[in-house]
Ligand binder design. Structure first.
Ligand SMILES: Nc1nc2c(c(=O)[nH]1)N=C([C@H](O)[C@H](O)COP(=O)(O)OP(=O)(O)OP(=O)(O)O)CN2
Ligand SMILES: [Zn+2]
Length: 120
């Protein structure tokens, strides 16, 4: 049987963005609270776990530290601080640790937008 387990976390960060619309306000440095969810798929082991979510939380903490209270424009390897690039950045950090990483989602409640990267 295939199961999916998920862990959510959040981070507060600043960014600027070059866009074709809302150019002035987007280009100005401003902040958001970002929410993220990491999903790992698999079959439960003898302990009944796809993966121990405590281990997932430990690995997430190291990604979170690279983003929380940072200016995302300056985070190495992120690129333009879009939801898409945040999903890619988080998945690139976690994929080597979790072979069953199935998806990474990032969203902003205040804006009502979201992005989900599914990993095959
Ligand atoms: N495909 C994408 N499109 C857009 C993204 C994105 O990440 N991927 N991001 C943005 C903007 O960052 C987003 O709309 C937020 O707008 P922003 O100007 O940063 O903030 P607001 O003033 O709209 O929201 P508040 O949080 O209420 O200040 C656009 N497109
Ligand atoms: Zn923004």
């Amino acid at each position: 049987m295939n199961f999916e387990v998920s862990q959510r976390f959040h981070f507060d960060a600043a960014h600027s963005l070059q866009r074709e619309i809302d150019t002035v306000s987007s280009a100005r440095i401003h902040g958001h609270t970002y929410h993220a969810e990491v999903t790992i798929a698999g079959t439960p082991d003898a302990q009944g776990m796809v993966v121990d979510l405590g281990i997932v939380r430990r690995e997430i903490a190291s990604v979170q530290q690279q983003l929380d209270h940072h200016l995302l424009d300056e985070v190495p390897g992120l690129g333009p601080a879009t939801l898409e690039n945040l999903c890619r950045f988080i998945s690139a950090q976690l994929r080597p640790r979790f072979a069953g990483l199935a998806s990474v989602s990032v969203w902003r409640e205040s804006v009502g937008d979201s992005c989900r990267l599914t990993i095959s």
